[in-house]
Each structure stands twice: as structure tokens, then as C-alpha cells.
Ligand binder design. Structure first.
Ligand SMILES: Nc1ncnc2c1ncn2[C@@H]1O[C@H](COP(=O)(O)OP(=O)(O)OP(=O)(O)O)[C@@H](O)[C@H]1O
Ligand SMILES: [Mg+2]
Length: 249
């Protein structure tokens, strides 16, 4: 998979994704559209847990989930992000909190749920991984983890999972059972058609309730405020047919 094309992503990986959504800037209108669709699809609380997935690394999942969470919070929603990317956690860096006292420590009984929830300056709460652990799949299949997610669903309007890439990490097989809706992120001009198709097929086996696809564009060098578009399911199908035709050929 380490083909030349993926080199495009390396340039971005070192930057800490930025929160561009704010009350005053009016930037990130795509995130407001996405949050409207999430609120709409949450169907007055029936769907509370949304997992943000992509085929490969660096497509913009953590950026999209973080900015969307801020847009939801600015709309008065009680939102928590749970960082389930245990190999490359990034949410703590985006929200400038410490990656300590997290899920790993909670699983060891060192802290209770209330102790691992962190407040941020954006009105979004976060739950981090905490210390590094090799037991991600054991954690995600445990009753204790299930209890954590059930408790968060009681305390929050929306629980957003920031996830690792589907084609690189198979943890989605476990935590998808605790999620209601998939938001799929695809980076235009970077993800290969075959990668997207394979990832979507794999994902559907564990959660086929797709809200839609967020298309991220990455322009060279300058941090882009135009985070591409967001479309609902109908467009997702259109995108999929489009995607398979045009990109990466
Ligand atoms: N639309 C965009 N324009 C410019 N840079 C972007 C855009 N989206 C994301 N980035 C940058 O690309 C890098 C990767 O983004 P991000 O961490 O959100 O991807 P990811 O899908 O979560 O990656 P991973 O699979 O490694 O967790 C970051 O440095 C981020 O700042
Ligand atoms: Mg990420």
C-alpha cells in the first residue's frame, strides 16, 4: 500500500489538526452542514453514537470529528469525543489536554468514568486513551468498556468515536457493536478506488448504517479552510459511483 500516491499524505501528518470552527469566524461551513445532518439522523436521541472512519491514515478523520464536535457544542448539544485510535491517538493534541487518566487506566480500575472525562475550552468533552496499551481488542470487547459507552450515552446527547483507519487496524470489528451510525471520510485524490471499496465493504459487515461520506480535499501546503463537502446517503451512492470512475486512475 505504501505507493507513491500516499506520499501526498506524509506532508500533513506532522501537523496537529486545527479547530477552525468558531462562533465568530464563520469558517468551516461544511462542519455546520455535517452537524445538522448528524442532529437530524440522531432522530431525537435514537442514534447517539457516531463512528468516524476512513480507509487509510491521514484522510482527515480526527480533523472532521473534532471540528464537527465543536459545531455541535456551539449548537447547544452535549458532546463527548472518545479517542479509539489506540495506535495514533490525536484528540488530546487537538484539544490541548493531557493523554493521561484515560480508558487504559479506567480499565485497570485506577479511575472511575467521571475521572476520565476531560473538559475543553470548546465546550466539547473528551475521553482519551491514556497510557499505551497492547490490549485494544480485549478492551473494546469487555463489559467494562461497554459500561463506559452506555454511561456516556446517558450523560451526553452525542458520543463521537475518533477511529483508526479500517484497512490498517481491525478494532472497528469490536467497537462497531456499540455504535449507531458510520460517518465515512475519504480524501479526494489520495485514497485509491480499491481501498475505498474494500474499506466500505469491510465496514458494512459490522455497521452498515452509513450517514454519508465526508470528502476532504487537501490543497498543497496552505492549511485549507474549505474542508470539502458533506453529503447525505443519496450523494454517498453517487459519490461511490463517481469515485470509482474518476479518482486515482
Ligand atoms: N482538508 C484538509 N486540508 C489540509 N490539511 C488537512 C485537511 N484535513 C486534514 N488535514 C491535515 O492532515 C493531517 C491528517 O489529518 P487527521 O489527523 O485528521 O487524519 P486522520 O484520518 O485522523 O489520520 P489517522 O488515520 O492517522 O488518525 C493533519 O495534519 C491535518 O492537519
Ligand atoms: Mg486520526
Amino acid at each position: 500500500m505504501a505507493g507513491k500516491k500516499n506520499k501526498k499524505l506524509e506532508h500533513f501528518d506532522n501537523d496537529v489538526p486545527k479547530i477552525i470552527v468558531s462562533e465568530t469566524s464563520g469558517r468551516g461551513e461544511s462542519y455546520y452542514r455535517l452537524k445538522d445532518n448528524i442532529i437530524y439522523s440522531s432522530d431525537s436521541g435514537k442514534n447517539k453514537v457516531f463512528q468516524f472512519e476512513s480507509a487509510i491514515s491521514g484522510e482527515g478523520k480526527s480533523t472532521v470529528v473534532s471540528n464537527t464536535a465543536v459545531a455541535l457544542a456551539l449548537s447547544g448539544k452535549k458532546v463527548v469525543i472518545v479517542d479509539l485510535d489506540f495506535r495514533r491517538p490525536k484528540i488530546h493534541r487537538i484539544f490541548s489536554v493531557q493523554n493521561v487518566q484515560g480508558i487504559a487506566e479506567y480499565m485497570l480500575g485506577e479511575y472511575e468514568i467521571k475521572d476520565i472525562i476531560k473538559k475543553t475550552e470548546y465546550g466539547v468533552d473528551v475521553v482519551n486513551r491514556g497510557k499505551a496499551t497492547q490490549n485494544a481488542s480485549i478492551i473494546f470487547t469487555s463489559d467494562k468498556f461497554k459500561e463506559l459507552i452506555e454511561e456516556l450515552k446517558k450523560q451526553y446527547d452525542l458520543v463521537l468515536f475518533d477511529c483508526p483507519p479500517v484497512l490498517l487496524v481491525s478494532d472497528y470489528i469490536h467497537y462497531s457493536k456499540l455504535s449507531d451510525v458510520v460517518v465515512f471520510v475519504a480524501c479526494m485524490g489520495v485514497t485509491r478506488r480499491s481501498q475505498l471499496r474494500e474499506a466500505v465493504e469491510l465496514m458494512k459487515k459490522h455497521n452498515d448504517n452509513f450517514l454519508g461520506t465526508v470528502v476532504t480535499y487537501k490543497n498543497t501546503g496552505k492549511f485549507s479552510s474549505r474542508y470539502g463537502g458533506y453529503y447525505n446517503n443519496r450523494y454517498y451512492k453517487y459519490l461511490k459511483s463517481q469515485y470509482s470512475e474518476e479518482v486515482n486512475d
